[in-house]
Design a protein around this ligand. Sequence first.
Ligand SMILES: Cc1ncc(COP(=O)(O)O)c(C=O)c1O
Length: 398
Amino acid sequence: MTHEDDGKGVMTMFDEQVQDELIGRGFSRRQFGSIAALLGTGAVINATVARVGLAQSQAARGVAGAVRLGANECWTGPFPAGVQAGAAVIAQGNRYDPDDQRGQLIRTVAGVEGVPEERVQTWPGSGDPLVRSVVSFCSPQNGLVTMDPTFEAAWRAAAWLEAPVAKVPQVPGRGADVRAMLAAAPDAGLYYVCSPNNPTGTVTPVADIEWLAANKPAESVLLVDEAYLHFSEAPSAIGLAATRGDVVVMRTFSKLFGMAGMRLGLTFAAPELHARMYRYDGQQVTATLPMPAVACGNASYTMAAEIAARRAQMTATRERTIATLQGRGVVVHPGSEANMIMIDWQTRPAAEMQRALLEQHKVQIGRSWPIWPTVSRVTIGSPEEMDAFCAAVDQVIA
Ligand SMILES: Cc1ncc(COP(=O)(O)O)c(C=O)c1O
């Protein structure tokens, strides 16, 4: 399906609500294809997928005044030097890209990661390139393979495209079983490994990721989502994206860098692979970014000491929270190396615990995944927030 279609193919990508809204504003159906091209295909699908996601998970939406442990955000904002750099660029907001901010960010990132500049691409967050990877590399014949549980955006995009989806169950405490992933669909279009994984926080060893890259079909793509990598000390798979033509590594500024609301992300891949990802909209989405976010990200990316300090603070809070919970007999899955833990309530459905904590104590925790219905994902917040969470748990389970 492309934008060169007669418009019918593109039209079906809009759900009914969007179609009605456009018709209501006076567009004709014949114009839908052009509108989709302007928005960017990824943006259209993201909007649809996000609606499905939000309906399933109240935790993604902020509840005013609540302790916010539901969306895997950072408990604090960007580094002060990043805030300063972002603020400075606001005064030049009349320019689309005041002093080649985007070029500066790419050079900075390439330098820090040791990746050629032409293999670095920018995005407004990483949700877009994730969904776009499914659009770009999956088809009704060659589907998607993931671990289960994992970040669901890719599942939803594949389902939306009616591409086959294979979900390989995870062993609690472990990373992806890459051999089982390949066996589940030896002809997939896209293999998606999230490491550290959302929601388990578990890491897949780079050696396993290398094995999958070496053994998957040559024409398929391996996407390694490293949204949470800065929270762990695990090595990155970025070397694969720096050298191969069939691996995409993805990062975001939404997590450790505390920039979720500012929208900035990165992918690392061969130029030809990137070109396939933006074939639907040129570089409209990759090249048009909010400049305060770009300047903030650029200033933050090199701050190794601050990154390490934030990681250490989160790790200490996580381990203290786990110890407190375990002291009260609460079961926590082992192995998280990121800013989240999986709590198994055992006798109570996770959705019920989520509701009780919010309604009775204004503590907003994360969702559960169908594979583990009594297990909730809880984001690690500040020490004070985690104290409030543990106190609320005490009362709800009493
Ligand atoms: C694993 C993973 N990938 C991608 C994203 C997308 O986030 P963003 O678009 O803010 O970068 C998230 C958000 O929670 C995530 O957990």
